[in-house]
Design a protein around this ligand. Structure first.
Ligand code: BTN
Length: 265
């Protein structure tokens, strides 16, 4: 059984203002999102972090399964933002993940809209935000982050064609403790800025590989194809369709279109 990841993370010092005020560590959970939601309903404070070694029902966007084996990073962070800050939690977490990966592993990760963390076009991490809202009040928002650190790509089954891990990309072991500590620092710095009215969107936009690409987007059973022209102030995707209409998508699943499918050959 691996040693307590949080204890090891804290040994080197965690100097944050909000994120990590309380840290909860589990060998196994259904999902860190479930535990963080339980904590939120039990009035846990903003900044509570839930980390698990493995998840039996880890989930991604659109209710997809998130493969959650040993030696990776699975965490959820509880926030209590106001309604204006809520749309930026996802972007802020993408920026924090890319920064943490650069500082810990020396790898230049990028983002695929809205927030797949990628290395050389393969997914290395994902971000899920779930929130509970009553009227115009955010009761809580939970940011879930999963990063493939030591995922054995030989044994990763069907996901190995589009996913990678930090160790595989670096060709060396990346410390999960250092990554977790750095990620908590970066999330904290981003969130403190957000509470002061500074959004992460400029940096997030710079990290987005999707802009300028010919893409297909699937959203609630509908498919759209076109050129990703840009993103608006809160991160919605602006897609130029073949008939020249510009549409705005608030969410969706993006795939890059291959040049031959664009030419129709
Ligand atoms: C996605 O790209 O679809 C988002 C994946 C988010 C996975 C993380 S792992 C930690 C947290 N717990 C979960 O069940 N999901 C998120």
């Amino acid at each position: 059984m691996p040693g307590n990841l949080i204890a090891a993370t804290l040994r080197a010092g965690l100097y944050t203002r909000i994120v990590g005020r309380r840290l909860l560590y589990f060998q196994e959970l259904t999902s860190t999102m479930d535990e963080a939601a339980r904590q939120a309903e039990a009035d846990a404070g903003e900044g509570t972090v839930v980390v698990a070694e493995t998840q039996t029902a880890g989930r991604g966007r659109f209710g997809r399964n998130w493969v959650s084996r040993q030696n990776n990073l699975y965490l959820s962070v509880l926030f209590r933002p106001d309604l204006t800050a809520l749309p930026f939690l996802s972007g802020m977490s993408g920026v924090a993940s890319v920064r943490a990966i650069a500082k810990t592993a020396g790898l230049k990760a990028r983002l695929k809209w809205p927030n797949d963390v990628t290395l050389d076009g393969k997914k290395v991490g994902g971000i899920l935000v779930e929130s509970a809202i009553s009227g115009d009040q955010v009761r809580h928002a939970i940011v879930g982050i999963g990063i493939n650190v030591g995922l054995d790509m030989e044994d990763a089954g069907e996901i190995s064609s589009f996913a990678t891990s930090l160790n595989a990309a670096k060709g060396d072991q990346v410390s999960r403790e250092d990554l977790l500590r750095r990620l908590l620092h970066e999330l904290d710095a981003q969130y403190v800025r957000l509470t002061q009215g500074e959004t992460p969107m400029d940096e997030w936009r710079e990290l987005l590989d999707t802009i300028g690409q010919e893409i297909s987007v699937t959203w609630q059973g509908d498919h759209y194809t076109g050129r990703a022209e840009g993103v608006d102030d809160i991160g919605n995707l602006q897609l130029r369709l073949a008939d020249n209409r510009l549409i705005t998508l608030t969410s969706g699943d993006v795939t890059l279109r291959k040049p031959d499918s664009i030419n129709g050959t």
